[in-house]
Design a protein around this ligand. Structure first.
Ligand code: ATP
Ligand code: MG
Length: 300
């Protein structure tokens, strides 16, 4: 990878929980790719961008060492790598560009369900299995407790039953994996979502310009995903009431209808979804033809 070239290099997870959404996000920003499963590097067909597809654990280091320009990675992996690199005196600087709205999870301490647990002090001097020893030790230290760690890169949730540890500190999204292994989530030590990060050194002007074009697109995609376009016919007399019922709708567009003076069309971009209950209330005050549409892109 040549970071002096004018092509922007972006590291993403090759295969795993972040891969699909990372690709989708770049594609939604207008960056086209055709991937060959076996290849590490994929060239965009319409932008001077190369994708480097690697294990997520490698992404923070690649960015912090300036090997790639941008990376998409979970905050958990990022912060673990940063703490480890600080401890081992490796470069640990990077620029945080955006929090991305996917990959949400939490790093939690969980204990076997048959154990009583009154708080972290119960784990003082015990052993905790985790893939995130630096995040865990950093948390324990800040809370004023100490426990040893058993570092496992997989199957953390079976460690207590296997007699390797007294508790686990593992990633949770729904909690189903913990439950299936007879563990109860107790303390959330870190909340995570995917992040877009940039290497610390300044980029050449061509790459910087490209990033400045991509970021507003990314914001537009993320904003659009959270928004809905709502259209309905409302009685002119009940307009204030109708607008008050619409969530996050600051200035609606009010349009006359050709066939009647009693009704107007109301169009509005809402930052929230419209629930069935609200639609029923709107209908009850005389609204009709209520439509809720997804928005693909937005630009202010
Ligand atoms: P790789 O082969 O790239 O190292 P991996 O097995 O380490 O993959 P995945 O399981 O694909 O990683 O998870 C990638 C990231 O997805 C996690 O680091 C975390 O940020 C996020 N994530 C979201 N929900 C969960 C979850 N329930 N369990 C684990 N990770 C999750
Ligand atoms: Mg990994």
């Amino acid at each position: 990878v040549d970071t002096n070239s004018s092509r922007l290099t972006i590291a993403i997870q090759k295969s795993g929980r972040l891969s699909k959404e990372s690709m989708n996000l770049l594609q939604a920003c207008g960056v086209k790719f055709s991937l060959h499963e076996a290849r590490l590097l994929a060239h965009s067909s319409n932008q001077p961008i190369d994708l480097l597809r690697v294990r997520d654990d490698d992404i923070p280091g690649l960015v912090m060492d300036g090997v790639v320009d941008l990376g998409l990675v979970g905050e958990n992996v990022l912060e673990e790598a940063r703490l480890e690199r600080v401890a081992t005196k490796l470069p640990a600087e990077f620029k945080r560009l955006r929090a991305l709205e996917f990959g949400a999870c939490r790093l939690s301490i969980a204990v076997p369900k048959e154990d009583t647990y009154n708080g972290l002090s119960d784990l003082n001097g015990k052993r905790i299995a985790t893939t995130y020893p630096y995040l865990l030790q950093d948390y324990l230290q800040r809370q004023g407790f100490s426990a040893s760690t058993a570092v496992l890169t997989g199957s953390v949730e079976v460690a207590p039953r296997a007699g390797l540890a007294d508790a686990v500190c593992d990633l949770v999204s729904t909690g189903a994996t913990l439950e299936a292994n007879g563990l109860v989530e107790q303390d959330v030590i870190f909340r995570s979502q995917a992040q877009l990060i940039q290497r610390p050194e300044a980029l050449n002007s061509a790459k910087q310009a490209l990033i400045e074009q991509l970021l507003p697109r990314l914001d537009g995609v993320q904003m659009a995903r959270e928004s809905k376009y709502i259209m309905l016919h409302a009685p002119r007399a009940a307009l204030d009431e109708v607008v008050a019922l619409l969530p996050g709708a600051e200035d609606p567009t009010i349009l006359p209808l050709s066939h009647t003076d009693k009704l107007v069309a109301v169009h509005v971009v809402s930052t929230e979804t419209l629930f069935w209950e609200t639609m029923e209330e709107l209908k009850a005050v005389g609204c009709s033809s209520i439509l809720v549409l997804p928005i693909e892109k937005m630009m202010g």
